[in-house]
Design a binder for this molecule. Structure first.
Ligand SMILES: Nc1nc2c(ncn2[C@@H]2O[C@H](COP(=O)(O)OP(=O)(O)OP(=O)(O)O)[C@@H](O)[C@H]2O)c(=O)[nH]1
Length: 367
């Protein structure tokens, strides 16, 4: 009989620090060494997080499920994606959900006969943004699905990371921990910055597992990343990541343009995690240079309707940069990824598409 492969599920709301934690876990598993594989689920059209992983850990196999949540619209693709990863015979699989996925449904899927014989869950980790936890909870009170999702992320966890404590007062952090404990008083909980948690105890059950113990330790071979393009028809190579999700039609009516938009049309028969959040992808098709300051002003000017933005921008001075925006904090990081044309995915509510299109066009410098 085949050994079951351990799975660590990482959930948490948008921008809370899931990928930051995943990168730490991957670095640690590489040292042990364990051969890890990743299932990445993104709301947007492009898989920014997989690109980040592919850049930092080119030997890790990443499977991406895009444009929907594995808890609902992508649920029927979850088993296929996991079986693809299993065919690589990893020692361990990490699953990172979208920020609006309810892990309750994902856990249910893992218990299904198709998967239960091949996988077993070792941890369900939930990452929380200490600064925004209460703000999001009160902001989304009226949206029952979203509240259920946020609570589901905490209730199902056996390990909770209260992250971003550098951006919250210690009083707020204490309040957040107290609120979390009302939902889950048994999970281990750690408060931290940049998802710096004790990794060894998390990986202990994996090391003890039969599938790992049965194999001789392998030194990870730097192999080419498991890469394929997201959209075979696209005239450019946005990022080298693999997607097995469906692709979207992209408006290319003008040189600049925008935009593919996704409101999330869930199958009404399926339980789903959120109702009013949407994502928009802005493409850098313009031959004119993108101006960094204008882009920053545009994003911060969207105010509270913008919850998250991420993508790669090709800038005239700096070259290609990874853009991350969450909780009103904007971060730029240089990247060596071969991004020929940039894009930014925005996630928010009540995003005014016409105005966003217009403002995006204003971010380009007239030649
Ligand atoms: N100030 C601060 N920033 C952090 C911390 N942890 C992560 N970040 C930053 O927050 C942004 C989002 O972090 P990610 O790890 O991508 O968050 P995520 O939960 O994967 O986000 P989604 O892709 O929306 O699901 C990045 O710019 C991180 O560098 C932290 O503890 N403090």
């Amino acid at each position: 009989m085949m050994n079951k492969v351990p799975v660590i599920l990482i959930s948490g709301f948008l921008g809370s620090g899931k990928t930051t934690l995943l990168l730490r876990l991957l670095a640690h598993t590489r040292q042990i060494p364990l051969r890890a594989a990743v299932l990445m689920n993104e709301m947007g059209e492009y898989d920014v997080d997989s690109a980040i992983i592919s850049e930092e850990m080119p030997d890790v196999t990443v499977e991406g499920l895009l444009e929907g949540c594995i808890c609902c619209s992508k649920r029927n693709e979850l088993a296929g994606a996991l079986h693809t990863l299993l065919s690589q015979e990893p020692d361990l699989i990490f699953m990172e959900t979208t920020g609006v996925a309810n892990p309750e449904q994902v856990l249910e899927e893992l218990r299904s006969p198709l998967l239960a014989d091949r996988l077993y869950l070792v941890h369900s980790i939930s990452v929380v943004d200490a600064e925004l936890f209460h703000e999001y909870n009160s902001r989304f009170t009226a949206d029952k699905e979203l509240v259920r999702t946020l609570h589901g992320q905490l209730r199902t966890a056996d390990f909770i990371v209260v992250n971003k404590t550098d951006t919250a007062s210690s009083r707020e952090v204490t309040k957040v921990v107290k609120s979390i404990r009302k939902l889950n008083d048994t999970a281990k909980l750690q408060t931290t910055e940049y998802s710096r948690v004790d990794l060894e105890p998390l990986l202990e059950p994996v090391l003890a597992s039969a599938s790992v113990a049965a194999k001789p330790a392998q030194t990870p071979q730097p192999a080419p990343a498991q890469v394929q393009l997201t959209d075979a028809d696209a005239p450019f190579v946005p990022i080298p990541v693999k997607s097995i999700g469906s692709t979207s039609s992209v408006s290319r009516s003008t040189a600049f343009k925008v935009i593919s938009t996704h409101s999330h049309n869930h199958d009404p028969k399926q339980p789903h995690s959120f109702s009013r959040l949407e994502s928009i992808t802005l493409h850098q098709y313009s031959p004119q240079p993108l101006e960094k300051q204008r882009l920053e002003n545009f994003l911060t000017g969207l105010g509270s309707s913008l919850l998250r933005a991420k993508g790669y921008c090709v800038l005239p001075q700096e070259g290609t940069m990874l853009l991350q925006f969450s909780g009103n904090h904007l971060e730029w990081q240089p990247t060596a990824l071969p991004v020929s044309q940039g894009y930014v995915t925005l996630i928010g509510e009540q995003l005014d598409k016409a105005s966003i299109t217009d403002q995006w066009e204003q971010c380009f410098i007239s030649l």
